[in-house]
Design a protein around this ligand. Structure first.
Ligand SMILES: C[S@@+](CC[C@H](N)C(=O)[O-])C[C@H]1O[C@@H](n2cnc3c(N)ncnc32)[C@H](O)[C@@H]1O
Length: 257
């Protein structure tokens, strides 16, 4: 179980509450004899994931207001970017998109910033805690109020949709970007992705997830895959849209972009 620590004394109570809420181990400090590679830290700025050791990617936290995510919102190419076309944002007006593998919420935030209503869903308590923290902080930022009003979050396993988890409204599109089991340690694999792969494991059940989602989405299911990866569940999509390193496999749609 991952340990969460406060960065300063006045955050002890809040850190303990987070530990109880997400099922983390609380500690006031990282014990000197700890062998764990990862821990979470609550600071006045944010909740962050910290990896110890020489390959550490630095602290990982969710920030929708600055850095890479903000850059993508402002300069990412709008509705003409490949990901937006795969989703159908240039065709469907104000769609409801369920990102069933939300992770750090980066892709989902792009959809919301392009005018979609978005439900983010995440099952890993670690990712969910980081994402919730980022969403709460973003909700306080006046520059993105209209975007944040269109985002909601569900903590849970999307394979349980329509059984133990019910949605209030059926999504037009479901987006999937499951963790891909990268075997190589090449520099091309971002350190952040490697950290999550070590920490929360590979999403080896995503074949099943595709089947569940195809029964739910009104219009299409879009799967982000590394360019050379097999189709999920060996199921050929209606079509794929290719980028340099990734492709988007589009299932169950009637119109071609
Ligand atoms: C590669 S990350 C997604 C990154 C995300 N697209 C982004 O832009 O930040 C995959 C995430 O999907 C989550 N996930 C995989 N299968 C899931 C499922 N069945 N239900 C909910 N979350 C799932 C994993 O826990 C992981 O955090």
């Amino acid at each position: 179980m991952i340990t969460i620590i406060p960065s300063e004394e006045k955050l002890i109570k809040k850190t303990q509450q987070l530990a109880i809420h997400w099922g983390f181990n609380y500690s006031a400090i990282i014990p000197e004899n700890s062998t764990s590679l990862f821990y979470l830290q609550l600071s006045p700025q944010h909740l962050e994931l910290i990896q110890t050791g020489k390959n550490s990617p630095g602290s990982i936290f969710v920030d929708f207001t600055a850095g890479q995510v903000a850059h993508r919102r402002l300069f990412g190419g709008g509705k003409s970017q490949t990901m937006a076309k795969a989703i159908g944002l240039n065709k469907i007006s104000k769609p409801l998109i369920l990102d069933a593998t939300a992770g750090m919420g980066k892709d989902a935030f792009v959809f919301a910033s392009l005018g979609a209503r978005v439900i983010m869903m995440e099952r890993s308590p670690i990712s969910a805690a980081l994402l919730s923290d980022g969403l709460q902080r973003a909700a306080l930022d006046d520059d993105i109020t209209d975007i944040m009003q269109n985002i909601s979050f569900i903590f849970g396993d999307a394979r349980q949709l329509n059984t133990t988890i019910q949605l209030k409204e059926i999504p037009d599109v479901i987006y999937l970007d499951p963790m891909f089991p990268h075997r190589s340690k090449s520099a091309a694999i971002k350190k952040e992705m490697l950290a999550f792969q070590q920490l929360i494991g590979e999403d080896l059940d995503s074949d099943e997830l595709l089947d569940v989602c195809r029964k739910i989405a009104k219009q299409r299911v879009v799967v982000k895959r590394p360019i050379k990866a097999d189709f999920l569940n060996h199921t050929k999509p209606s079509y794929s849209m290719k980028m340099k390193k990734h492709r988007f496999d589009v299932y169950g749609c009637t119109s071609v972009v």
